[in-house]
Design a protein around this ligand. Structure first.
Ligand code: PLP
Length: 445
């Protein structure tokens, strides 16, 4: 067993909860598998961290990284400077988001950065067009938008906020379109979509439409427990935002580039946001990279400002890092050539059905839900009341520990187990994941 480091401070680990993965040390990756210190190859059921979409150790991506290191390892893109890869990647992303009408890409180093950029750009947009009083953000309970102060302020789970308060003023949270648990006890998807859209409208009116900058949400809520909205939700949300001029930000850090079974999350519902946040799948995690993409409305609004407010005074030393961009170009070519969104849809549906058929009857399995290769098992102490297990009980960790022993990494997140493998998986990996989780529930539940 691997020695636990005394100097490494792992993010988001409570020392009091027995950790299923506290002895896991990953030393190698290949395709859909990673190898632990003991030499066992494990199905990477978490895709790194929802991000290794093209799988591990892809020659195409590694070659692109090496070639870029030989050519130019780094130069900045401030002051109007560019380099070839950042230009090529920007053209590619704008081409890929053509149906959404996207116009400009601003780079950063990851998802939290991409969200922070989106929030700041939203505020700047309203100032640029003379409506500085529009500063508020509305977001969803259970939402996750990263860890910077902006993201922490719009996050809909207090565990990411409480320790760091006070956060940004003017951030309010409304209910998520969650069929399994919602305040109306509504089990009809169509009706729930309408109730949630009405709640957004009511909140905008309550806050004063002239004060609301943007609504931000994940197309499918990921870390909050893979909450898949009803089909009418996103189109209705777009309508409400349009009615009051509120900007719509889609946080596609997880869903971007195929994970939910379409190239982009909101595209799955035929909706275009004004701003999209990307990271993770943009280059499958080979090098840190984030991107925030805006449509013409936002770009023109800011750029048409004649004083210096027309410059976005936001950017990072590593914005558009040449090696990260080279990795993205190679990774996105694989995503397109191998139709990984299509594979995510097919394998995700198979995984979901097989899991539902295999583990649903266990007493602690409240619901197994998902879309594409985002799947969650919701753990309860009582199926009828849908009371979640105590996150401090370590129950999810115990299941994940058995799955790990059986050769599959699944992610215990409080009261849920989350599965988000590379988008390259096939039936073999699906079956291994189902078998390992079945073993977990058989031994622990
Ligand atoms: N937004 C969403 C939807 C995420 O799931 C995450 C991370 O999981 C983030 C933002 C933050 O990204 P990062 O961890 O790269 O900062």
């Amino acid at each position: 067993m691997s020695e636990k480091s005394k100097t490494l401070w792992n993010p988001m680990v409570h020392p009091g909860v027995p950790g299923s993965h506290s002895t896991l040390e990953i030393i190698k990756g290949d395709g859909n598998y990673v190898q632990n210190r003991e030499g066992q190859w494990l199905v990477d059921g978490v895709g790194g961290l929802w991000n290794v979409n093209v799988g591990h150790n892809r020659t195409e991506v590694k070659d692109a990284i090496k070639a870029q290191l030989d050519e130019l390892e780094y130069f900045q893109i401030f002051d109007g400077v560019t380099h070839p890869r950042v230009k090529e990647l920007s053209d590619l992303i704008i081409d890929m988001t053509k149906p959404e009408g996207m116009a400009r890409v601003m780079y950063s180093s990851g998802g939290s950065d991409a969200v922070e950029t989106a929030l700041k750009i939203s505020r700047q947009y309203w100032k640029a067009i003379g409506q500085a009083q529009r500063y508020k953000f509305i977001s969803l309970k259970q939402g996750y938008h990263g860890v910077h102060f902006g993201g922490a302020s719009v996050n809909g789970n207090t565990v990411f906020r409480t320790n760091y308060e006070p956060v940004l003023p003017g951030c309010v949270h409304i209910d998520a379109p969650w069929l399994y648990r919602n305040p109306w006890n509504c089990e009809d998807p169509e009706e729930l979509g309408q109730l949630c859209a009405k709640q957004l409208e009511a909140e905008i009116i309550f806050q004063g439409p002239e004060t609301v900058a943007a609504f931000i949400a994940e197309p499918v809520q990921g870390a909050g427990g893979v909450i898949v909205p009803p089909a009418n939700y996103w189109p209705l949300i777009r309508e409400v935002c349009d009615k009051y001029g509120v900007l719509l930000i889609a946080d596609e850090v997880v869903t971007g580039f195929g994970r939910s079974g379409s190239m982009f999350g909101v595209r799955g519902w035929g909706v275009a946001a004004d701003i999209q946040c990307f990271a993770k799948g943009i280059n499958s995690g080979y090098i840190p990279l984030g991107a925030t993409v805006v449509n013409e409305r936002v770009a023109k609004g800011i750029e048409s400002c004649e004083n210096f407010s027309g410059a976005v005074m936001h950017g990072y030393t590593y914005s558009g890092h040449p090696v990260a961009c080279a990795a993205a170009l190679a990774s996105l070519k694989i995503v397109q050539d191998e139709d990984l969104p299509g594979n995510a849809a097919v394998q995700g549906a198979d995984l979901l059905t097989k899991l539902q058929n295999t583990i649903s009857e266990f007493p602690s399995v409240g619901e197994v839900r998902g879309k594409g290769l985002m799947v969650a098992i919701d753990l309860v102490t009582d199926k009828k009341s849908r009371t979640p297990v105590d996150p401090m009980s370590g129950f999810a960790n115990q299941i994940a520990a058995v799955a790990l022993r059986e050769g599959v990494i699944a992610r215990p997140v409080g009261t849920k187990i989350i599965i988000s493998p590379p988008l390259t998986i096939g039936t073999e990996e699906v079956d291994k994941m189902v078998a390992a989780l079945l073993q977990g529930f058989t031994e622990v539940d």
